[in-house]
Design a protein around this ligand. Structure first.
Ligand code: R5P
Length: 343
């Protein structure tokens, strides 16, 4: 057998690499928010990938891709929320994202990107009392252990959650299109109200963007999921108050905040938040509140029966633009004019 000469070997190697490789972009939806995934797929001009997802009678979650995903950049649209229409819970959504990731890694995807605009457990980002878990960190560990390469998320409860990750995180915000919406309403004498001190930075940016005053409420939590508002720092009398939060869960915070600013003399009250968790008595609390409008986004799908004062704006444009930039190794922060790290 004759040995290959060095020149011939070089030729062989370079020829074997020249295979006209085209990276593929594939988008798959879990069962948490298929409507959002369809919107994103439509804007990207790609059909959602075929995947079988089911829950066995014992509650275990199953997933299998219906086509090859070898070498593709796979984007999973799966905010970790419940969906009453598809019948999955928050924990199912998380587990589904994990098994989708495991299956994609095993099927030789090039990169696995979790598009989870709503990040469940984000409020458990530190110990508030002894012997509690730091559940947000645990979720991050599970995602990374499963093999997620990158996470695309939106308005995290605390920006520092990014620090739990070893992998890159693209942190989007809904602030730009929410502020645009309220600017377009042309409300007079607007004051942006932070419902607690944790939201002051967000509310301040919001107020600067729409040229409004800022006020802050003093919120106490006597027990988990119970909100009490003490007093207002700032002037809301005779003004249009816009309460800005990252999420509305039971709407206990919002209801108490709305009542307080009305008692302090606000003429009109509006509210906005990125994530409509809307659990427990949220709809009853919102329906019986003084809010003219409660403006949220579609990071989380609404269950049936939302009160008439709830408006939903889509975050699909922003997520689509970010996905494009990630896929092409472009410039994600440019989608937000460099203003996506809010706090
Ligand atoms: C708290 O820090 C959050 O930003 C929200 O204000 C809170 O989690 C909303 O919860 P709920 O609607 O149940 O009062």
């Amino acid at each position: 057998m004759s040995a290959i000469q060095p020149e011939a070997a070089t030729e062989l190697v370079s020829t074997s690499l020249d295979i006209g490789y085209d990276k593929r972009l594939m988008v798959f939806s879990g069962r948490a928010n298929p409507d959002l995934a369809v919107k994103i797929g439509g804007k990207l001009g790609v059909d959602l990938g075929g995947v079988t997802l089911k829950t066995f009678s014992n509650g275990e979650v199953y997933c299998r891709y219906e086509e090859s995903i070898r070498g593709a950049d796979v984007f999973f649209v799966q905010p970790t929320c419940s969906n009453s229409r598809t019948g999955i819970t928050t924990n199912d959504a998380l587990m589904e994202l994990l098994v989708m990731t495991d299956a994609a890694v095993g099927a030789s995807a090039h990169r696995v990107i979790a598009v989870m605009p709503w990040f469940a457990y984000s409020r458990q980002d530190k110990k508030s009392m002894p012997r509690e878990p730091i559940s947000a960190r645990l979720v991050v560990r599970m995602l990374e252990a499963a093999g997620v390469d990158r996470v695309l998320t939106m308005d995290l409860h605390a920006g520092q959650i990014q620090g739990f990750f070893q992998k890159p995180v693209d942190h989007m915000t809904a602030m730009h299109f929410l502020t645009q919406y309220f600017s377009d309403l042309g409300l007079d004498d607007l004051v942006v109200v932070a419902p607690d001190v944790g939201r002051v930075k967000l509310a301040k940016k919001f107020s600067e963007k729409i040229g409004a005053e800022l006020a802050v409420l003093n919120k106490e939590r006597p027990a988990q999921q119970v909100a009490e508002i003490g007093y207002v720092i700032g002037d809301v009398k005779g003004k249009t108050a816009l309460i800005v939060d990252d999420m509305i869960d039971t709407a206990g915070t919002l209801k108490a905040a709305g009542q307080t600013v009305r008692e302090e003399g606000a003429a009109r009250v509006f509210a906005t938040a990125t994530h409509p968790v809307f659990s427990g008595d949220a709809y009853e609390n919102l329906a019986s509140s003084a809010f003219e409008q409660i403006v949220v986004t579609d990071t989380i799908p609404l269950r049936e029966g939302a009160p008439d004062n709830v408006r939903v704006l889509s975050c699909a444009d922003r997520l689509t633009a970010a996905i494009r930039e990630i896929f092409t190794d472009g410039w994600v922060s440019e989608v937000f004019g460099g203003e996506n790290q809010l706090f």
